[in-house]
Design a protein around this ligand. Sequence first.
Ligand code: 4AD
Ligand code: MG
Length: 479
Amino acid sequence: MFNKRTKIKALLASEQTGIDVTVMGWVRSFRNSQFIALNDGSTNNNIQVVAELGLLDEATLKRINPGASLKVTGQLIESPAKGQKVEIKATSVEILGDCDPEKYPLQLKNRPTLEFLREKAHLRFRTSTFGAIFRVRHSLAFAVHKFFNDKGFLYLHTPIITSSDAEGAGEMFRVTTLPFDKTPRKEDGTVDFAEDFFGKSTNLTVSGQLEGELGATAFSDIYTFGPTFRAENSNTTRHLAEFWMIEPEMAFYDIQDNMDLAEEFIRYIIKYAMDNNREDLEFLAQRLVEEEKALPADKRSELGLIEKLEFVVNNGFERITYTEAIDILLQSPAYKKKKFQYPVSWGIDLQSEHERYLVEKHFKKPVIVTGYPKAIKAFYMRQNDDGKTVAAMDILAPGIGEIVGGSQREERLEKLEQRMAEMNIPTHEMDWYLDTRRFGTVPHAGFGLGFERMVLFVTGMTNIRDVIAFARTPKNCEF
Ligand code: 4AD
Ligand code: MG
């Protein structure tokens, strides 16, 4: 019965008028006791419902408030008004759910700020901005699966709870059922995890990569797409404690193949959103223009959102080595004028100010940096012949900084064991991982794309809390 309704997106695209239709949705606005703008989330555009004077009694009219849900039946007609092809001439308007205008937080009159909406994240999907963001996010997720499926990659579901630490960064959320007040202890006073649910110490995963490598060394090409967790205390506009990551892992790939795939992948999913979410992206582009009006001219984006995306789809990424990146930074006016907060020298971990200088000021396009010092990268990265660097690659995007981290993996057993020993990673607990190098090892590579950072880039939003439904950040876990 309810499914007899037509979605507003389909109605607005309809070539046929004069037909009887039923729509359901939420009121965005109501003017002159006659014109209802109704939205059901299928598109950013509202359909105009015209309730001719006399159709509805006084009591019903009073209940048509922003946020109220309605069932409208009527005739789809050509709209005499500008800006829309069709509208509905109502024959009946039924209120499904009232919405008290005194209490409803999303009043159009005083346009709510993004910050305010973060606190009302349970309602913000109903705004035009968040409607557009989450439809684009959906399309990007769909495009991820389409891209890999079309290439014959297998979608591997790697575990959320794990006993290994893929990145060795030590910023993990512990998973336990041990009581806090009566923690079982061993004789030496340390916690006895043998008593814990899994009989060992466990965490939420920081990355599915290591398990992904097990898949790639059998299926050739796999990808994961799931939530990952990091307990890093970074309260920035780029970090979440729970974020989604896409991690492809490919056997018979070297670092060049890896870069080629990453570039093709990023271009593909952006293009998919541009082809399928044009209206939402145009809305977001306009939103960005409005937002940036408050900024001084030199702080505004050089390209509009759509132009920026087109540029990325149509142009290759710059590829440089870490050593070249350091040289560029040392030669930069920003460095000479002491504009960087952090020091620059060979061996440093690039800070976001450095990454942004390279992509936004120097190259003005996405940049892939390879050959990082091994001391600042994970144990599994393939060691280069110079003894100093590894076959790592990070992709840096304008306005975001690091969007992808990846590498060719160390496939040589001795080299890997030696590196693990140097980094105090217990090899006996990682026997399952080392088995891939013992039994038919192959050159292989992979990368991780931070999905929310990608959504930030495509939507032109600037705070990562605005592109995930319910953000988890330090001291914040609402909903
Ligand atoms: O560079 P990262 O730490 O690499 C890995 O986890 C590898 N295991 C990936 C691989 O080779 N399979 O993380 C990958 C990406 C980053 O480039 C960034 O986009 C994103 O994940 N990321 C975060 N996004 C949001 N919040 C955080 N706290 C993030 N940490 C990493
Ligand atoms: Mg990284």
